[in-house]
Design a binder for this molecule. Structure first.
Ligand SMILES: NC(=O)c1ccc[n+]([C@@H]2O[C@H](COP(=O)([O-])OP(=O)(O)OC[C@H]3O[C@@H](n4cnc5c(N)ncnc54)[C@H](O)[C@@H]3O)[C@@H](O)[C@H]2O)c1
Ligand SMILES: [Zn+2]
Length: 394
């Protein structure tokens, strides 16, 4: 078995760190292109330029159009020319675009997430979309960013919705990486997980659970506390390493399926992933207590737990079954194999003492409805009304 582990070369996180970003960029040349959308340039453009220029860089700003498409990558790559450093700034879309530009330009790459909304800042892949904003393809660049710089003051000052979405993305990391290990599935680099990646994924989840409630309360007030620092690191660094080197499973497959339904386009990546994690719990036949625990935490921090929360409350079964059946099938099999512990070459290692194929299969039959009925049936009475009310009207 070949085990692989990849990560960004350097990671810097702290309050106000953007002012000195230039001192962390290790580059032979002196030209930098900075890629960000208008909102983000307004927020951090000045401090970024000042920070880079203070270390001798010439800075060329390129405005990001907001969509990570082939056309946008080509446009920006042409503008970037032979710049020594590409600096991508903003949310997942801007950073994914910067990664694709770096792949074409051959320069060094710095990512500067200004929201802790996904684990895109540290990963080596880009998610490309069509002009109609539908998923197009994953680009596997084979190289992670050379440097990731996260200014926690900027992240804490952003809308809390982004922050809690990143927490959902981070929590999924553990359940997917753990399932991938038990299924002997390969990671993004087509190797098997290391114990290192597995441990990082576990710590990622534990950090979000330990600090999440407190961190969300702080971000509501734009405050940077130790809990905020902890969750930013989990959402960004631990989650990125954990998913790429640990492995993915059903949660992100369900997310990918949901992106095919136009009604969900208003939901963030992390919000859709949270439904994916809950669905994966059902697929794996986890105990109701575990499911309820994750639902309780999600409700506490303001994450969606029902299809109605992502605008699919109106008889979703027909649409969802049509759209996601094919997408989920493979990973469902992986999840069941993991529960049974009978993947090729593996030994029998049921996760919760004695769980069997029958039980997994029974639970998995709920898959075609994304656990919708299961959620309705098992929701604690006190949360039932809330669970069935769209987040938007709470
Ligand atoms: N490559 C990967 O490994 C990976 C992993 C997860 C998600 N993704 C991708 O990431 C994308 C989703 O990223 P996202 O959720 O960050 O959304 P996004 O990139 O669309 O950004 C959301 C919005 O946040 C705004 N914003 C950024 N910083 C801000 C700040 N400080 N204050 C106020 N507004 C700010 C931006 O202007 C943008 O409009 C999807 O395309 C998804 O496929 C990629
Ligand atoms: Zn994700």
């Amino acid at each position: 078995m070949i085990r692989t582990f990849n990560a960004p070369s350097a990671y810097v996180q702290g309050c106000g760190v953007l002012d000195s970003i230039g001192s962390y960029v290790d580059a032979d040349g002196t030209s930098a292109v900075v890629l960000a959308d208008e909102t983000v340039f307004d927020l951090v453009g000045e401090s970024l330029s000042t920070g880079l220029e203070a270390s001798g860089f010439t800075v060329d700003r390129i405005e990001f159009g907001g969509a990570c498409t082939h056309a946008e990558v080509a446009r920006i790559a042409e503008r970037a020319g032979d710049a020594d450093v590409v600096v991508g700034v903003g949310g997942g879309r801007a950073l994914d675009t910067a990664k694709a530009v770096r792949a074409e330009a051959g320069s060094r790459l710095v990512t500067v997430p200004t929201i802790a909304s996904t684990d895109a800042p540290t990963s080596s892949i880009s998610v490309l979309y069509t002009e109609a904003d539908e998923f197009d393809e994953f680009q596997f660049h084979g190289a992670n960013p050379d440097l990731v710089v996260v200014d926690t003051a900027v992240v804490a000052g952003a809308p809390t919705r982004h922050f809690r979405s990143g927490m959902a993305d981070a929590m999924a990391t553990w359940f997917e990486a753990d399932t991938a290990v038990r299924a002997h599935a390969t990671n993004v680099f087509e190797g098997h997980s290391t114990r290192t990646a597995h441990a990082i994924a576990r710590t990622c989840y534990e950090t979000v659970r330990e600090h999440g409630r407190s961190a969300v309360a702080a971000v509501e007030r734009d405050a940077v506390t130790e809990s905020v620092e902890a969750v930013v690191e989990a959402n960004t660094l631990m989650s990125g390493i954990g998913f790429e080197s640990g492995g993915l499973a059903a949660a992100h497959s369900v997310h990918d399926g949901l992106t095919q339904v136009a009604e969900t386009h208003g939901a963030t990546h992390g919000e859709k992933v949270n439904l994916g994690t809950l669905t994966q719990f059902v697929l794996e036949g986890r105990e109701t207590d575990e499911l309820v625990d994750l639902i309780d935490f999600s409700l506490d921090v303001g994450l969606p737990v029902t299809l109605a929360d992502v605008r699919l409350g109106d008889r979703p079964e027909v649409r969802l079954r049509r759209v996601v059946e094919a997408d989920v099938r493979t990973l469902r099999d992986d999840s069941q194999r993991a529960v049974r512990g009978d993947a090729a070459g593996g030994q029998r290692r049921p996760r919760h003492g004695g769980r069997t194929r029958t039980r997994a299969s029974r639970r998995a039959s709920l898959t075609s409805r994304f656990g919708y009925r299961f959620f309705k049936r098992t929701a604690p009475e006190r949360d039932r009304r809330r669970l069935l009310t769209p987040a938007s009207s709470r």
